[in-house]
Design a protein around this ligand. Structure first.
Ligand code: IZC
Ligand code: ZN
Length: 407
């Protein structure tokens, strides 16, 4: 007896497998028509015709609509205090993202607010936001620390992510990003700060199993490629998987480093060089691209098609954060992936499902609608995949199903 049967599915669109789809393979999307899906104990147990389907306690009628795997948001800075609306006019008048940071604002203004917030306050805010993300089709969320920048407040953020994972229906993957900016206490001493993170913060985060990944902001005026390598080597030694914010604004060697170190993923890559992209391809690095950030910072768009031609597996995520991407609705970066990266709807679907799951080390459990994977499914108010990606600006998620339960 199944727990949930979704019947009257017009179109099921999903990638397949447990490995990221590279380049041209990203368009390998299975399209099935007029099928039903059954789930038991949160896992998909049946995909097929209605007449052969198991009996189920609950039946949901998809009304002939499109279903896809639940969206995987593989890059967010979800846990933070305050917002940054007070910097909006500055930005509109032309202040650059890195100049605002240099003047003590940007990330550092969020650090102040995050340090001042209690764990419960951060938890309640992030929980509220993540439930709204779910209403927009997101079922799994990667969340980074990086607004504490000291031992206590970095651990506070990571504990919030752990609690979100334990206390909500959604899945969360935690990334330690103590090297997100140089805090005021270490102003002008980025090397000392990296030593502090390597010796006094990251070992505790790793020992307490508060993070799966480590990430660093490799950027002009933040951390250079040499310090990034030092930190990532230490992270690897501590058993963390490696991510890197690489070439978001300037090409400072981040993508080259990601490729050489065979990082699990490289994020942004807006300004990545041909050589950096080649090295990422050789190193099997997943590119996590964040088009909503290009939009919001009014920057160029990453060369997704070029990366795909080089055989890279590309994922697309929201980059939800209070500064450069204050939007958690994945449908917006999905539209941009088509309109700006020129991905087809099939490629873009792979980018926000299976490839995004692979980018956070979860492709064996989520990212596709297949027997034995989690029943993480979105029923869209759309008749087919093209329609989902061609419409924009309104929430098209009708039902979000996580572990076989309707959220
Ligand atoms: O709070 O500005 N790029 N980190 C690197 C961010 C954007 C988040 C922020
Ligand atoms: Zn980021």
């Amino acid at each position: 007896m199944a727990d949930l049967l979704i019947k009257n599915i017009g179109v099921l669109a999903s990638p397949k497998g447990q490995a990221p789809l590279k380049g041209a393979d990203m368009s390998n999307i299975t399209i099935a028509e007029n099928c039903v899906i059954a789930a038991e104990k949160g896992i998909i147990t049946y995909i097929g015709t209605e007449k052969d389907a198991p009996k189920s306690k609950e039946v949901l009628d998809a009304g002939g609509r499109l279903i896809t795997p639940g969206l995987v948001d593989a890059h967010t800075h979800l846990v933070f205090g305050g917002w940054r609306q007070h910097e909006f006019e500055l930005k509109l008048k032309g202040a650059a993202y890195l100049d605002i940071l240099k003047a003590g604002g940007g990330i550092l203004s969020t650090v102040e607010k995050t340090r001042a917030a209690t764990e419960d306050e951060l938890f309640n805010k992030a929980k509220d936001i993540s439930l709204k993300m779910a209403k927009h089709g997101t079922t799994t969320i990667e969340a980074k620390s990086g607004y504490g920048l000291n031992l206590e407040d970095e651990l506070k953020q990571l504990k919030v992510v752990k609690r979100l994972n334990n206390e909500t229906d959604l899945d969360f993957v935690s990334t330690f990003m103590g090297a997100h900016a140089v805090p005021p206490e270490y102003k002008g001493r980025s090397e000392d700060y990296i030593d502090f993170i390597c010796n006094e913060v990251m070992p505790i985060a790793a020992a307490e199993k508060l993070a799966d990944f480590c990430d660093i902001f490799c950027e002009t005026g933040v951390f250079d490629a040499i310090l990034s390598e030092k930190l990532l080597l230490k992270a690897r030694e501590l058993g963390l998987k490696l991510k890197i914010h690489a070439d978001e604004i300037n090409p400072v060697g981040g993508s080259e480093l990601a490729g050489r170190m065979k990082c699990h993923s490289a994020e942004h890559l807006i300004a990545a060089t041909d050589e950096g992209i080649d090295l990422c391809a050789k190193g099997g690095v997943i590119a996590v691209l964040l088009p909503a950030t290009s939009f919001y910072l009014d920057k160029p768009y990453a060369r997704a098609r070029y990366m795909m031609d080089k055989g890279i597996a590309v994922a697309v995520a929201s980059d939800f954060n209070p500064g450069s991407s204050p939007n958690f609705n994945m449908q917006f970066p999905m539209n941009l992936a088509c309109l700006k990266y020129k991905m087809t709807p099939k490629e873009a679907l792979s980018a926000v499902t299976l490839n995004a799951a692979a980018a956070i080390g979860m492709a064996d459990k989520i990212g596709s609608i297949e027997i034995r994977k989690k029943a993480d499914i979105v029923i869209w108010d759309a008749p087919d995949l093209d329609y989902l990606f061609y419409r924009y600006g309104n929430n098209q998620a009708l039902y979000t199903i996580k572990n076989g339960g309707i959220l």
